[in-house]
Ligand binder design. Structure first.
Ligand SMILES: Nc1ncnc2c1ncn2[C@@H]1O[C@H](COP(=O)(O)OP(=O)(O)OP(=O)(O)O)[C@@H](O)[C@H]1O
Ligand SMILES: [Mg+2]
Length: 449
């Protein structure tokens, strides 16, 4: 027998047998010894069996995993939307409105909307929170996973990086496109007829609250022709892109509106943006933590179709004086502002509006063409404006309007359009009361109550 005699029942080894039946070499003897150990020792025999079973199972398991991965790859598709992408918020918003969904985790997104009159309303939207959600879209099921990626923080906005991963069957992959388009259309529709106001947030522009209803151009009453002239100039500029490119001139135009407070400068620019279907990026140069670098970066990264509005540009000059006198360190320097203005060069048109109450404080360097190409004085109310404002609040009250104008002009003091608005709002639907209250216009700080 090739394998020799069976091992002894007591489990001990037959050394003679090993020596005789092997060919005498060390390898041969080792083989025999192993054979005896395996056959003779029941524990080893059972262990061997288990080992084989275990490795078989492990193999099967990895086979199943590999198989299911293959199946997953073949049958399912993923779409990843990182939080940096524009469609991220659109998608979350869309999903919060989608009817066929099962979400147990919701997060709240709160938006403050500040109205013209300073009132603030709050809007909560419940968007899908981190975790898994299932939705049904056009008959297909989709698994939606919203995840925070660990400790990574988006340095620009201070929020954690997130991703939303959508998974569905391979055959339904075309639905991703439909879904994103629907989400985008929803976002665009929400902005339809509205103006998005962007403010600076660190080094980036962020929408300030929800898009605001457009302010109509006729609702801002400026002296004769001012509105039309500016509008004509802007439209001409916008229609002449080719002309600028052919001549290699930076495609930008700067406007300066100057005049006393409450004369409608900001309101007009907002209405103009609405008229042109543009958004507005508002930047206040008197902001304390604004530096030259940030200003430059922001001005060169304006969202598309936006008017850049630089409020109180005299601040860059004021603070220079203050820093000399009071040791106050201002953020933006005059040269920083000029550099930023000169550097703004994008392929899209750039329309910059600047406002100031103190044109006398401006350095002439800012007024040179290329920085300011169009200047307009927006002053206190003229007779024409008083009359128009009156008729806007009390339509058809022509005679009362005449009387109101006469009395107001007789005061012989400058009256701002904001003051008129204050009075008319106080005397809603009561033109006679408004006429009686004309003397209050003599003090610009009069508070109506
Ligand atoms: N010409 C105007 N026509 C209609 N409303 C006006 C006009 N001027 C001012 N108002 C009203 O007065 C308020 C203040 O106006 P706005 O903020 O536009 O003034 P401003 O010129 O930008 O003032 P400031 O120089 O202080 O920034 C707004 O509520 C606006 O509706
Ligand atoms: Mg203003």
């Amino acid at each position: 027998m090739e394998n020799g005699s069976p091992p002894k029942p007591d489990g001990s080894f037959d050394l003679d047998e090993i020596r005789n039946s092997s060919d005498g070499s060390m390898t041969g003897m080792a083989k025999r010894l192993f054979h005896q150990v395996m056959q003779g020792n029941p524990y080893f025999a059972a262990g061997g069996g288990l080992m084989i079973l275990g490795s078989g199972l492990a193999l099967a398991r990895s086979g199943i995993i590999r198989g299911s991965r293959l199946l997953y790859r073949q049958l399912l598709v993923d779409l990843e939307i990182p939080s940096k992408d524009k469609s991220y918020l659109w998608f979350l918003e869309w999903m919060s409105k989608h009817p066929n969904r099962s979400s147990r985790h919701l997060s709240v997104e709160t938006n403050f909307i500040q109205h013209d009159n300073g009132a603030v309303t709050t809007k909560f939207s419940l968007v899908p929170g981190p975790g898994n959600h299932i939705i049904r879209y056009k008959g297909a099921f989709m698994l939606i996973k919203r995840e925070r990626s660990g400790k990574m923080i988006d340095m620009t906005s201070g929020t954690p990086f997130e991703t939303v991963t959508l998974t569905t069957l391979y055959r339904d992959r075309h639905l991703f496109g439909d879904m994103l388009l629907e989400a985008k259309n929803l976002a665009v529709k929400a902005k339809d007829g509205k103006t998005v106001v962007f403010t600076s947030w660190g080094p980036e522009w962020r929408p300030f609250g929800q898009p605001k209803a457009k302010r109509s151009l006729p609702s801002v009453i400026l002296d004769k022709d001012i509105k039309q002239n500016i509008l004509k100039d802007v439209q001409e500029f916008m229609n002449n892109g080719k002309w600028y490119f052919e001549r290699g001139i930076p495609y930008r135009r700067g406007y300066l509106l100057y005049g006393p407070p409450g004369s409608g400068k900001t309101s007009f620019i907002q209405a103009l943006a609405g008229e042109l279907d543009y958004n507005i990026c508002i930047m206040n140069l008197s902001e304390a933590n604004l530096t030259d670098d940030r200003l430059n970066h922001l001005m060169n990264n304006i969202p598309e179709r936006s008017i850049l509005l630089l409020e109180d540009i005299d601040a860059a000059f004021n603070q220079r004086k203050q820093s000399a006198e009071k040791g106050f360190q201002s953020g933006v320097t005059f040269s920083g502002l000029l550099n930023a203005l000169d550097g703004v060069a994008s392929s899209e048109e750039t329309i910059t509006f600047m406002t100031t109450n103190h044109p006398d404080r401006l350095d002439p360097a800012i007024l040179r063409p290329g920085r300011v190409d169009y200047k307009a004085f927006i002053g206190n109310a003229t007779r024409y404006q008083i009359y128009q404002m009156f008729l806007k609040f009390y339509p058809g009250e022509i005679e009362h309007g005449e009387e109101f104008c006469r009395k107001a002009m007789a005061l012989g003091v400058p009256i701002s359009t904001a003051q008129l608005q204050g009075l008319f709002v106080f005397c809603k639907d009561a033109p006679e009361a408004a006429i009686e209250m004309v003397p209050t216009l003599a003090s610009p700080d009069h508070v109506f109550h």
